[in-house]
Design a protein around this ligand. Structure first.
Ligand code: FAD
Length: 462
C-alpha cells in the first residue's frame, strides 16, 4: 500500500494529462490503468489509429486521383492491408510508449490493473488498497449500440473492430452519420469498399452548422459514399460472414434492407464507470449516466473529482485534456479553468471539417443579430494548386460589436485553420481584428482572413 496526493483512475487524454500536471505541480501522483498500454481510447482505439488510417488512405487517394495531374507517373498504387494496419499499430505504440516515458520522467507511478474506490480517499487495484488525498476519475467512455443490434466485433463492429478488420470488406453499412462513422466510412470507401451510411436524422453530423452539413454530405457523395437519412435501423441480422441491416424510413414507415459484409455501429458513445463502486459511494450521476460534477470537476464526495468522457460535455480528447489540466490545478490550489464556449470540433476526412462556437441555427434560436462572412476555397490560390479547393470558411460575428461568435470550415487543413479563430475568440477579437492581421501568401489561412473581410467591406478574391 502506498499513499499519494493524487490517484488518477484512467490514463486516456484526460487522465494522463491530469497526472502529468499534478506531478508538475509537486503532487505525489499515481495513475491506474487496466489496459495493457497507457493512453486510453484516444491513443489505442480512437483518435490516433483512425487518423493513421485516414492519412494512409488519403495518400492512396492522392496517388490515384492527383499524381497524374501533376506529372507524377507511377503505376496504379496497390494496398497491402496488413502493412497498412502494421503502420497504424506502430503509430499507436509510439504514442502509448511516449506517455509511458512521460510518466517516468514526471515520477508518476503506473498502478497496473482495474481500480475501484471502496471508500473516500481509497483506491483499490487488484489486492492492494492505496490511499489518496484526492482521486480523479477519468474512466472515459465505450461505444453504445442500438436495441436489436448485437456487436460481435467481426461482422457487426464498433469503431474498435473497424480499426482491426482482417480484410477490406466489399460492402459496409455504417449506422450513424456522426464523426466516427464518417471518418471510418471514408477510410474504407477510399480502400474500395462500397459504403452506405444510414442516419436516423435527416442530416449527417447533427449539431453542426446546417450549411456545413449539406456541403459536407455533397462532397462525401461525390467521393462515392451513399447516404440513407431519416432511417431508423430496426435490427441487424447476421448470417455467417454477412449481415442484413433492416431499417424503416421515417417519412413513410416503409421497410428496407441493406446487405453488408461488415456493419459498423457508430451511434455514439456512453460514459464508462463500471466496477468503480460509485453506487456504494453515493456518487451523484446525471440522467445520461455521466458522473455529476460542479464547475471545478468536484463530485459530491469529498476529494473525488471526475473529468473527460465520463462527465458532461463533448466527448473529445482535447476537452478531456483541458479538464485534466484544470482539475490538477484546482487540486493544487490554483485556478483551473476551461472555456467551454471555445472548444473546436474537427472531422478528419478530406476535406476536413472544423467548427467552433455558435452556429447560424443556435444564434437564430437565441434571437441574436449576427453577420456571416463566407469565403470559398475556390478563391484561394494555394488550395487550387493543391487540388483542395472544395469547401469554405464561414465566420459568424455579432452584428453590432463585430465580436467573433463562431466559425465553420470545410476545406484543406480545416482542423488546423480553426485554431486561429479559437485564439481570436479567447481574446474577444472582432472579425475586423482578424481581417487586419497580415496573413502569409500563399496559405490556406488566407481564406480565414477573407471570411473575416467578408464580415466587413468584403473579401478581395471573390
Ligand atoms: P479514455 O480515453 O476513454 O480513457 C479512459 C481510460 O480509463 C481507458 O484506457 C480505460 O481502460 C481506463 N479505465 C476505465 N475504467 C478503469 C478502471 N476502473 N481502472 C483502470 N482503468 C480504467 N476525440 C478527438 O478529440 N479527436 C478525434 O480525432 C477523435 N477520434 C476518435 C476516434 C474514435 C474511433 C473514437 C472511438 C474516439 C475518438 N475521439 C476523438 C474521442 C476521444 O477518444 C475521447 O474523447 C477521449 O479518449 C476521452 O478521453 P478520456 O481520458 O476521458 O477517456
Amino acid at each position: 500500500m502506498a499513499s499519494y496526493d493524487v490517484i488518477v483512475i484512467g490514463s486516456g487524454p484526460g487522465g494522463y494529462v491530469a497526472a502529468i500536471r499534478c506531478a508538475q505541480l509537486g503532487l505525489k501522483t499515481a495513475c491506474v490503468e487496466g489496459r495493457e498500454t497507457l493512453g486510453g481510447t484516444c491513443l489505442n482505439v480512437g483518435c490516433i489509429p483512425s487518423k493513421a488510417l485516414l492519412h494512409a488512405t488519403h495518400q492512396l487517394h492522392e496517388a490515384e486521383h492527383n499524381f497524374g495531374k501533376m506529372g507524377l507517373k507511377v503505376g496504379a498504387p496497390k494496398v497491402d492491408w496488413s502493412a497498412m494496419r502494421a503502420y497504424k499499430d506502430d503509430t499507436i505504440a509510439q504514442n502509448t510508449k511516449g506517455v509511458e516515458f512521460l510518466f517516468k520522467k514526471n515520477k508518476i507511478d503506473w498502478l497496473k490493473g482495474w481500480g475501484s474506490v471502496p471508500a473516500p480517499g481509497k483506491v483499490r487495484v487488484g489486492d492492494e488498497t492505496h490511499e489518496a488525498k484526492n482521486i480523479i476519475l477519468a474512466t472515459g467512455s465505450e461505444a453504445s449500440t442500438l436495441p436489436g443490434v448485437e456487436i460481435d466485433e467481426k461482422t457487426v463492429v464498433t469503431s474498435t473492430g473497424a480499426l482491426e478488420l482482417p480484410k477490406i470488406p466489399k460492402k459496409m453499412v455504417v449506422i450513424g452519420g456522426g464523426v466516427i462513422g464518417l471518418e471510418m466510412g471514408s477510410v474504407y470507401s477510399r480502400l474500395g469498399t462500397e459504403v452506405t451510411v444510414v442516419e436516423y436524422l435527416d442530416t449527417i453530423v447533427p449539431g453542426m452548422d446546417a450549411e456545413v452539413q449539406k456541403g459536407f454530405q455533397r462532397l462525401l457523395k461525390k467521393q462515392g459514399l451513399t447516404f440513407v437519412t431519416g432511417a431508423a435501423v430496426q435490427s441487424v441480422e447476421t448470417l455467417k460472414t454477412k449481415a442484413k441491416v433492416h431499417y424503416k424510413l421515417r417519412k413513410d414507415d416503409s421497410d428496407a434492407t441493406l446487405d453488408a459484409d461488415v456493419v459498423l455501429v457508430a451511434t455514439g458513445r456512453k460514459p464508462y464507470t463500471d466496477g468503480l463502486g460509485l453506487d456504494a459511494l453515493g456518487v451523484e450521476m446525471t440522467a445520461r449516466g455521466q458522473i455529476a460534477t460542479d464547475a471545478q470537476w468536484r463530485t459530491n464526495v469529498d476529494g473525488l473529482y471526475a473529468i473527460g468522457d465520463c462527465v458532461e460535455g463533448p466527448m473529445l480528447a482535447h476537452k478531456a485534456e483541458d479538464e485534466g489540466m484544470a482539475a490538477a490545478e484546482v487540486i493544487a490550489g490554483k485556478h483551473g479553468h476551461v472555456n467551454y464556449g471555445v472548444i473546436p470540433n474537427v472531422i478528419y476526412t478530406h476535406p476536413e471539417v472544423a467548427a467552433v462556437g455558435e452556429t447560424e441555427e443556435s444564434l437564430k434560436e437565441q434571437g441574436r443579430a449576427y453577420k456571416a462572412g463566407k469565403f470559398n476555397f475556390m478563391g484561394n490560390g494555394r488550395a487550387k494548386a493543391n487540388f483542395a479547393a472544395d469547401g469554405f470558411v464561414k465566420i459568424l460575428a455579432d452584428a453590432e460589436t463585430d465580436r467573433i461568435l463562431g466559425a465553420h470550415i470545410i476545406g484543406p487543413m480545416a482542423g488546423d485553420l480553426i485554431h486561429e479563430i479559437c485564439v481570436a475568440m479567447e481574446f474577444g477579437a472582432s472579425a475586423e481584428d482578424l481581417a487586419l492581421t497580415c496573413h502569409a501568401h500563399p496559405t490556406y489561412s488566407e481564406a480565414v482572413r477573407e471570411a473575416a473581410l467578408a464580415c466587413g467591406d468584403g473579401p478581395i478574391h471573390a
